[in-house]
Design a protein around this ligand. Structure first.
Ligand code: G16
Length: 544
């Protein structure tokens, strides 16, 4: 079967964002759109020819079509073998696990993560390198540059591969192995966490939990791990059947989009523990009875208690958080005497630190937590870590977090999102803030004294690469901060994110509602950025 050369024209909008190329399905369905991007991957990642490639996605609408296209193009581009998840499915952390376990040359992950799915919603594609993580900026920029000059792509004429049957077949000289998408990942989880202890917790009769898979990819993973392997009662996993449109929902595990689950934890009869994951299985939300754990606190609590889980029993070497994530983890690192790194938003920035053995745990405010076990954030991993902790400490979620605050102080935290705003107005707003920066240090805003104000820049300590303009930070004396940046994952207009944080050491004040505790800073942020005047929005669309 000879490769076929198909002439094409470049598209101008294929620069990957925070996490790969995310667009409306309709955009991907344009003739040659997906093909151009995939060919740009093969043209720039020369090592894939003759090597092994992993392909899988979150099962959203267009996943199967794209998988078949990629398989044909991989054959034409002389890839020796593709490992593809059954049904074209691999959660993002499972893809990372498989890429690493079988020492492959990398993977193509099909996902628009927490964005809605369906013919009128979103699709996405990203390339993960051999270490298992999202390609660093040097690679994504090279892929983008190639898409700007591409003149042809290569494919083969062949019937569709049967993606639903496990086993091996050939496609134009390339081997295609359809693998169980769950098994390798479930084995990895069993090696990290104390499944028998979690089993006892489930069996104690005193513990009730639900895991909400939000009709996204984690359903089969959660059923296999929680119910089949650990022995949680059937029905512990809810919304466990993956659907191409996620049942019409927004598969984003937060207080706004997982309301059904949040409600189950409320009241005296509320669940003891509830958790959810997102479209592609890399995000997590952790809830206790009448209690929400912010992702920033979750990272800090896991860092402080890592030794309780078998996979981390020797402790952790370092921790990293994205810049807008609260500084709760920094306080833990300080007490543990380990390094804490502050990186730009985007999981790809943790890759070098993990590869170099400088950190064990990392996390982001955007419901992402992970470790060196893979090179993606990992939703179910975080849930299992919390379950392991609950089993080991025999305390409630709320008690564990309150005890943590008493020991380290509390970083009150919230994120306010202004979604789908005019892109030019949002860019102007950030530019306006940049202009204000030099005159802010030393100024008083309300009760707060500005200590520093800058546009965050990051120099990777491992390879020296530099990333500029990663978000406007205004830091106040005492550790409070407001941060402004534009989302890099949206597909319509722009989304302004405002991150607000205040530190409180006094336990008497730890019970306050974050929105109340942070109100003065929220108002300062709105005024400084002239949000209502510039965006025409008095209130944010989503508060997390
Ligand atoms: C992606 C990235 C994360 C980032 C998040 C939000 O997550 O992997 O690192 O924190 O987007 O990014 P932004 O603020 O630019 O929208 P996911 O789960 O969407 O892949």
């Amino acid at each position: 079967m000879e490769p076929k050369r198909v002439a094409t024209q470049p598209f101008t909008d294929q620069r990957p964002g925070t996490s790969g190329l995310r667009k409306r399905v309709r955009v991907f369905e344009q003739p040659n759109y997906l093909e151009n991007f995939v060919q740009a991957i093969f043209d720039t990642q020369k090592g894939l020819a003759g090597g092994v490639l992993v392909v899988g996605g979150d099962g959203r609408y267009y996943n199967r079509t794209a998988t078949q296209t990629i398989l044909r193009m991989a054959a034409a581009n002389r890839v020796a073998k593709v490992l593809v998840g059954r049904g074209g499915i691999l959660s993002t952390p499972a893809a990372s696990c498989v890429i690493r376990k079988y020492r492959t040359g990398g993977g193509i992950v099909l996902s628009a993560s927490h964005n809605p799915g369906g013919p009128d919603a979103d699709f996405g594609i990203k390339f993960n390198v051999a270490a298992g993580g999202p390609a660093p900026e040097s690679v994504t920029e090279a892929i983008y540059a190639r898409t700007r000059e591409i003149g042809a792509y290569f494919t083969v004429d062949s019937p569709e591969i049967d993606l639903d049957r496990l086993g091996t077949s050939t496609l134009g000289g390339m081997t295609v192995e359809v693998i169980d998408p769950v098994a390798d990942y479930a084995d990895l989880m069993a090696s990290l966490f104390d499944f028998p202890a979690i089993h006892q917790l489930f069996n104690s009769g005193l513990f009730r939990m639900r895991f909400d898979a939000m009709h996204a990819v984690t359903g089969p993973y959660a059923i296999e791990i929680l119910e089949n392997r650990i022995g949680a009662e059937p029905g512990t996993v809810i919304n466990g059947e993956p659907l191409e449109d996620f049942g019409g929902g927004h598969p984003d595990p937060n207080l706004a989009h997982a309301q059904e689950l949040v409600a189950m934890t409320q009241g005296t009869d509320g669940l003891d523990f509830a958790a959810a994951s997102d479209g592609d299985g890399d995000r997590n939300m952790i809830l206790g009875k009448n209690f929400f754990v912010t992702p920033s606190d979750s990272l800090a609590v896991l860092a402080a208690n890592a030794h309780q889980a078998p996979g981390y029993k020797d402790g952790i070497v370092g921790v990293a958080r994205s810049m807008p994530t609260s500084q709760a983890a920094d306080r833990v690192a300080e007490q543990l005497g380990i390094e804490c790194y502050e990186t730009p938003t985007g999981w790809k920035f943790f890759g070098n630190l993990l590869d170099a053995g400088r950190i064990t745990l990392c996390g982001e405010e955007s419901f992402g937590t992970g470790s060196d076990h893979v090179r993606e954030k990992d939703g179910l991993w975080a849930v299992l870590f919390w379950l392991n902790l609950l089993a080991a400490r025999k305390q409630s979620v709320k008690d564990i977090v309150h005890e943590h605050w008493r020991r380290f102080g509390r970083n009150f935290y919230t994120r306010h999102d202004y979604e789908g705003v005019d892109a030019k107005a949002a860019a102007d707003l950030v530019d306006h803030l940049r202009i204000l920066l030099p005159e802010l240090p030393g100024k008083r805003l309300g009760a707060y004294q500005v200590e520093y104000a800058d546009d965050f820049a990051y120099v990777d300590p491992v390879d020296g690469s530099r990333s500029d303009r990663q978000g406007v930070r205004i830091g106040f004396e005492g550790g409070s901060r407001v941060v402004f940046r534009l989302s890099g994952t949206g597909t319509e207009g722009a989304t302004l994110r405002v991150y607000i944080e205040a530190y409180e050491s006094d336990p008497v004040k730890h019970d306050q509602d974050p929105q109340t505790a942070l109100q003065p800073l929220i108002l300062i942020a709105r005024e400084l950025a002239q949000i209502e005047a510039r965006l025409g929005r008095a209130e944010p669309d989503v508060i997390t």
